[in-house]
Design a protein around this ligand. Structure first.
Ligand code: HEM
Length: 456
């Protein structure tokens, strides 16, 4: 007779004291989460104003991120707030409609579609380099601003072609208002109740209305024109469902465009700024990277076809995003009782995947604080858990723009680093702050000195 196997015991997850961390600065939340998982383990019930479950084991993260939305959805406060400005674009959408939209949009981001973006990215980077070269010696720039402007122009150009030029300044100002008011609304609501009905604040409502006027204007102008640009807007307008032949309506195109504008520039700009900063802190890594760039490119800008010959460049970017992931946490909501590492996470619970802490998990990352691009050497033979490194998330909702972001980040570094020596401005304090993305808390002032001038 078979013995009956009793199910493993289930216990409540280790919990923090009530309101623990309420007084901690929200800017320091990545480190706060890191402290919690170090102290309590890979499943932590952070008792804030409501329970938030931190999941820090790659096996558990895989279960959450690869499950359909009926099990773990984006029905969290953060996404509801974001939806006020992004509408129902890919980031905030969920369920069968998201599946439909993702399928429709995926081909727009295949390598063969994005590789030709190397030309506009290099053109914009060259313009920045020329501006830097004209600066008086020793004058510093705010690196996160410079990269923010560049990546905004890059995503704007790839989305709208030349149409973006006349609107770029206004759109980026409006997006900044949207961003700031999103954060303010989030902070206020977290101190109230997470299920309150949401309304725009006045500032964000006005900003969104201005953004809509510009974006709808560009969509309508493009529809009315017979010219083909082959930018992303053209492709969104042409996208058709394979089975029904149906396209997207006006509002959906607006939501996707605004989503791509917002999701596609602050993330990449912070990855770039942090990588440049890392290189100022690790001159040996910078020297090796410069050597690789010079031997492959010999002074010319990189093209998408060169990137396969520049493995160390990719390793440096990957390691920089391990330690300073622009998206430092991911939120989900559970829809049924689940057991993780023997601990119950009940239906309706808020789940946080603390990417910043996961990327330092000592079981998967020996000497985790050390900046070491060799961890990503493609010739390494020791296998790594596929969910212990997730700067672009993973599973079906993995970042649709990951390939485009990597292309852009690598091209910009390959173009700028050989031309300028970067140094942190004297007296500057560089620390991360957890806003929507991980940004430099006090800015990132740096001097950028043309290398030919630096060597004379
Ligand atoms: C270094 C740069 C970037 C990082 C670190 C990043 C990171 C992420 C992460 C972590 C997610 C998953 C969020 C979640 O599931 O909760 C995501 C989703 C997304 N990202 Fe990115 N991203 C970057 C660049 C871009 C770019 C350049 C674009 C587009 C031009 C983009 C568009 C999107 C979209 C549309 C989604 C939602 C995908 C879906 O759920 O179907 N991202 N990104």
């Amino acid at each position: 007779m078979n013995e009956r196997v009793s199910p493993p015991p289930v216990s409540p997850a280790p919990a923090t004291p009530w309101l623990h961390g309420l007084r901690s600065n929200p800017d320091d939340r990545p480190q706060f989460f890191q402290d919690l998982v170090q102290r309590y383990g890979d499943v932590v019930r952070w008792r804030f104003l409501f329970d938030i479950f931190l999941l820090n084991h790659p096996d558990d993260i895989k279960r959450v991120l690869s499950a359909p939305s009926e099990k773990f959805s984006k029905g969290t406060l953060d996404y509801r707030i974001l939806a006020l400005s992004l509408g129902n674009g890919l980031v905030t959408n969920d369920g069968p409609h998201w599946v439909y939209q993702r399928k429709l949009m995926q081909p727009l981001f295949h390598n063969r579609s994005i590789n030709p973006f190397d030309e506009p990215i290099n053109r914009l980077t060259n313009a920045l380099a020329e501006r830097w070269a004209r600066q008086p010696a020793g004058q510093s720039v705010l690196m996160e601003r410079e990269m923010g402007k560049l990546t905004f122009e890059a995503v704007g150009t790839t989305l709208f072609g030349v149409d973006i030029e006349q609107h770029a300044d206004e759109i980026s100002k409006v997006l900044e208002v949207v961003n700031v008011s999103t954060q303010e609304l989030r902070s206020i609501l977290l101190l109230l109740l997470p299920w309150l009905p949401l309304k725009h604040t006045r500032a964000s409502r006005d900003a969104v209305a201005r953004l809509d006027r510009i974006v709808f204007g560009m969509i309508n102008a493009r529809r009315a024109s017979s010219e083909r640009r082959d930018d992303i807007l053209d492709r969104l307008l042409a996208a058709r469902d394979e089975d029904t032949g149906a396209g997207m309506d006006e509002q959906q195109i607006r939501d996707e465009v605004v989503t791509l504008l917002l999701a596609g520039h602050e993330t990449s700009s912070n990855a770039l700024a942090w990588t440049f900063w890392m290189l100022t802190q690790h001159r040996d890594v910078e020297a090796r990277l410069l050597e690789e760039l010079s031997s492959v490119l010999n002074g010319r800008p990189a093209l998408s076809s060169d990137l396969a010959q520049l493995p160390y460049l990719k390793q440096v970017v990957q390691e920089s995003m391990r330690l300073l992931p622009p998206v430092w946490a991911i939120a989900r909501r559970s829809h049924q009782d689940e057991v993780f590492q023997g601990h119950l996470v009940p239906a309706g619970a808020y789940i946080t995947i603390p990417i910043y802490a996961l990327h330092r998990h000592p079981e998967f990352w020996p000497d985790p604080e050390r900046f070491d691009p060799e961890r990503f050497n493609p010739n390494r033979t020791d296998p790594r858990h596929s969910y212990c490194y997730i700067p672009f998330a993973a599973g079906p909702r993995t970042c649709i723009g990951a390939g485009m972001a990597m292309l852009e980040i690598q091209l910009v570094i390959a173009n700028l680093l050989p031309r300028f020596r970067m140094d942190v401005a004297p007296g500057a304090r560089i620390e991360p702050a957890a806003k929507v993305t991980l940004t430099p808390k006090f800015g990132m002032p740096m001097t950028v000195t043309p290398r030919h001038a630096a060597s004379t």
